[in-house]
Write a protein that binds this ligand. Structure first.
Ligand code: PLP
Length: 382
């Protein structure tokens, strides 16, 4: 990893001036194909599915921010997760954290499982359960920490120790923390995954995903999946994420300050139950958050008791928008059971604790007093 500090890397890694013109911003290379210099020779680029100069700059930036050796950008976070498991074979066993983003379990249950890959959901916060679940055919432990939306944490270093002792790789979905607040590779993970749609891009104006690997084998594998399966990020989206990354450290500071203030306010509200924000000392995994994260971010969830109460709350918000997604500059609130986890059956949602009254907040960078006033007003109608 470079000796430069995170804020410097955010502005400069992969974002060196254009060697041709000196442009300080990375040019958007809207070219599907590149003129070859002869038969089998080129200037480094031949076809944009295999590699594009704008995407390559973003991939370098992502690798630098996560301290990885190789970065790969995909069309969405889901495309990145699909790429992560694309090279597993029938008969392989995959362990996944048990209350992950509903899109991840939808992909695993409805598509990946059909390829003959065995998928087992495990509470990866429980180290004994992780150890007990690993079998001779286990190839990957995929951890989401904190989880969406229940904010359960997994001890990344401890899980890596257990998995590595049995020759199993660990990947971590780091979407909720962003590389500004958590670096799984430094804690021993093999691969980091992001939905760049969220904090990395930060402006809710583009979809994207990424895998950052730590070994030469990852580069080979993920390049193959990009070229063979084609779910790559477009040059324009790559530019947007590069631009977003420059302000990631600043945005995360504000997200963090606002997130803490909102969580502290919600903790005082009698209508709010099961408030999950690892920054609060009352969160059962607060000590783990302090150990492996550099902050607590701005994601949280809580229970208002019923779908009707959640609906009244969401309908009364004025500054905070009732919308899916997270990690943008604007604060968003969403009803998990009918959005992020709509693909799960009632029984599956109940099993992981996604109740009908559950609301998730992604706190943005607005003035925290305005946000709290908006939430306070909306709570009055619950
Ligand atoms: C933790 C997590 N991982 C992955 C994804 C999927 O990302 P995308 O929507 O960019 O496909 C999401 C989306 O909300 C998410 O919250």
């Amino acid at each position: 990893m470079s000796n430069q500090k995170f804020s410097t890397l955010a502005v400069h890694a992969g974002q060196e001036p254009d060697p041709l013109t000196g442009a300080v911003n990375v040019p958007v290379y809207l070219s599907s194909t590149f003129e070859l210099t002869g038969i089998g020779t080129d200037k480094g680029w031949d076809y944009s599915r295999a590699g594009n100069p704008t995407r390559a700059r973003l991939e370098a930036a992502l690798a630098a921010l996560e301290g990885g050796t190789t970065g790969h950008a995909f069309a969405s976070g889901m495309a990145a997760i699909y790429a992560l498991v694309a090279t597993l074979h029938a008969g392989d066993h995959l362990i996944c954290s048990h209350n992950v983003y509903g899109g991840t379990s939808r992909l695993f249950n409805l598509i990946v499982r059909h390829d003959g890959i065995e998928i087992q959901y495990v509470d990866t916060g429980n180290l004994e359960a992780v150890s007990a679940a690993i079998r001779p055919n286990t190839k990957l432990v995929h951890v989401e920490t904190p989880t969406n939306p229940l904010m359960s944490l997994t001890d990344i270093a401890a899980v890596c120790e257990i998995a590595h002792a049995k020759g199993v790789e660990v990947s971590v979905d780091n979407t909720f923390m962003s590389p500004a607040l958590q670096n799984p590779l430094a804690l021993g993970a093999d691969v980091v995954m992001h939905s760049t749609t969220k904090f990395l891009n930060g402006h809710s104006d583009g979809l994207g995903g990424a895998l950052i690997g730590s070994k030469p084998e990852h580069k080979e594998r993920f390049l193959l999946v990009q070229k063979a399966a084609g779910g790559i990020m477009s040059p324009f989206e790559s530019f947007l994420v590069l631009r977003g990354i420059k302000t990631l450290p600043l945005r995360m500071k504000q997200h963090e300050e606002n997130g803490r203030a909102v969580a502290e306010f919600l903790a005082t509200q009698p209508k709010v139950a099961r408030l999950a924000y690892p920054g609060l000392k009352s969160h059962p995994q607060h000590a783990l958050a302090v150990k492996q994260q550099r902050g607590f971010g701005s994601m949280m969830s809580f229970d208002l008791g019923s779908r009707e109460a959640a609906g009244r709350f969401l309908g009364a918000l004025k500054v905070v928008l009732n919308a899916e997604s997270l990690g943008g500059v604007e604060s968003l609130a969403s009803h998990s059971a009918t959005t992020t986890h709509a693909a799960l059956s009632d029984a599956e949602r109940a099993a992981v604790g996604i109740t009908d009254g559950l609301v998730r907040l992604s706190i943005g960078i607005e003035d925290k007093e305005d946000l709290i006033a908006d939430l306070e007003k909306a709570l009055r109608v619950v």
